[in-house]
Structures are given as C-alpha cells and as structure tokens.
Ligand binder design. Structure first.
Ligand code: SF4
Ligand code: F3S
Ligand code: FES
Length: 256
C-alpha cells in the first residue's frame, strides 16, 4: 500500500492560500453608516474555520467587525450567516471547502444588529410564543411511583430528530415565502408543531394545531420551495414533516 504523503503539492498550496473576504458592513444604529462591502485578506491555516478566520480579522485588522459566536460547535445556532450566498453556520464551515474569494453577509429576514450579527433570538421567541412550542399536558396529581412514562422508541427517535433544531434561522433565511411575508412561521415553526404533534404526552388535537398553522402564515403559505430542507445544518427531515403537516391540515380544512 502506498504511504500517504502529507506534503503533497496540493495540500501545501492549500495551506498557504490567501483568502480574500468581502464582508457586508452596516450599522443600523449609526445614522452616518452606509451599507458597503469591505475587503480583508488573511492567510489560510490548516483546519481553519470561518469562525477562526473572522476572529483573526477582528483581532488583527478590524476590531469593529460585528459577528456572533457562542459554542463554536454547531450547537447554539448563533453564527449563521450568508456564506457566498448560502445560509450556513460559520463555526461549521472549513475555509478549505471555500474558494479563495468569500463573500459574507448577514442572514436576511431577521433584525440586523450590525454587520454579520442579526437578532434571531427575538424572532424565534415570538414564533415560539405564538405557536406555544411547549408540552401541553393534562393537569393531574403527581404519582411519585410513576414519574416517567414509557414512550414508543420509534416515536421517541422521531421527536429527538426534530428536537435537534438549534434555531439558527438558516431555513427561514433561505425561504422565498419568508422573504415575502414577515408573519410566516417558517420551516422551523412547522418543524416544532410536527414535533409536539408526535408527542403522545401533548393533549392538543389537530384542530388546535390547525388554529396555529392552518393558514398562509403556516402550512398554506409554504410553496414547497424546499430550500429550508437543503440548508438546514442539522439535516432535520423538514421536507417530509412539512408535506405531512400540510396534507393533514388540508384534510381538516376540507372537513371543517
Ligand atoms: Fe436551523 Fe434547521 Fe432549526 Fe431551521 S430547522 S432553525 S435550519 S436547525
Ligand atoms: Fe419555505 Fe421550506 Fe416551504 S423553503 S416555502 S418553508 S418548503
Ligand atoms: Fe454556536 Fe456556531 S457558534 S453554532
């Protein structure tokens, strides 16, 4: 077997690439600020992520550059941005998977805080309150001998799949419907309804869910563009869940 040569010309070239970043700069809180693209250059390092690259720019070239990071591990959802026109998590993006020239912009749809930083949390909170994305259970006396209830493992797996949503906003940023109507709940909202609908502990009925998403702000506003499914960094099964919900809600609408 041929030994792997770690110093192949291709890899050593890659390690010394000069990356050119074109970043949308704008501070909506500064009346003198005008949106513009600002250029930065850095030398690529092995294993570099966009998180590392942006920090290098901020530390060594421009301390005013705004962007968000918390976990650096694809868990908190705060670092989503438009990377060469496609929404994705900056902390999960390796620069080696990008071309030499990279264009960065904030996620559309959400309130802009400044540069690459947007307030996804405010919108997510409003959506969660509107759709009541918490478990609605029957009030009853607590039986200390039976605190945990059994759940079908298949159902538990499906709920777990949908619970992996990190509220990053990529699905909403990629969605054409969301760009046209601000009150659309997006794939993230429909995914949450799908999650509670699956949960046997939740006492809400399909009629209750119809009240929440059975109109153009919910399943009937979705045009099956499926960009949400393509860009979700957690690969949630959005396509199948939205299609199922829409069929279910359409049946209810016809019978109601
Ligand atoms: Fe992000 Fe996917 Fe959740 Fe949308 S469904 S907010 S893309 S993790
Ligand atoms: Fe938008 Fe996804 Fe529907 S991209 S239109 S929510 S299928
Ligand atoms: Fe938390 Fe990227 S920093 S998901």
């Amino acid at each position: 077997m041929r030994a792997i040569d770690n110093n192949t010309p291709q890899q050593s070239t890659r390690q010394h690439r000069h990356l050119r970043f074109s970043i949308l700069r704008y501070d909506p809180n500064d009346s003198a600020s005008v949106p513009c693209m600002q250029e930065y250059q850095i030398e690529e390092a092995e294993g570099m992520t966009l998180f590392i690259a942006l920090n290098e720019i901020r530390e060594h070239q421009d301390p005013t550059l705004q962007f968000d990071f918390v976990c650096r591990a694809g868990i908190c959802g705060s670092c989503a941005m438009m990377i060469n026109g496609r929404p994705h998590l900056a902390c999960r993006t390796l620069t080696r998977d990008l071309p030499d020239e990279v264009t960065l912009a904030p996620l559309p749809f959400f309130e802009l805080i400044g540069d690459l930083s947007v307030n996804t949390g405010k919108w997510m909170r409003g959506m969660n309150e509107r759709l009541q994305t918490w478990l609605h259970v029957q009030e009853r006396e607590v039986d200390l001998h039976r605190i945990e209830e059994r759940m079908d493992p298949d159902i538990a797996d499906q709920i777990y799949e949908l619970d992996r949503c990190i509220e990053c906003g990529c699905c909403v940023a990629a969605c054409g419907t969301a760009q046209m109507r601000k009150d659309f709940v997006g794939a993230v909202g429909m995914g949450k309804i799908a999650r509670f609908r699956l949960d046997p502990r939740d006492i809400r009925t399909d009629d209750d869910y119809y009240e929440l998403i059975g109109d153009d702000t919910g399943v009937f506003g979705c045009m099956s563009l499926l960009a949400c499914h393509d860009v979700c960094p957690k690969t949630l099964p959005l396509q199948s869940q939205i299609a199922f919900l829409r069929r279910k809600m359409a049946t209810l609408g016809l019978s109601g």
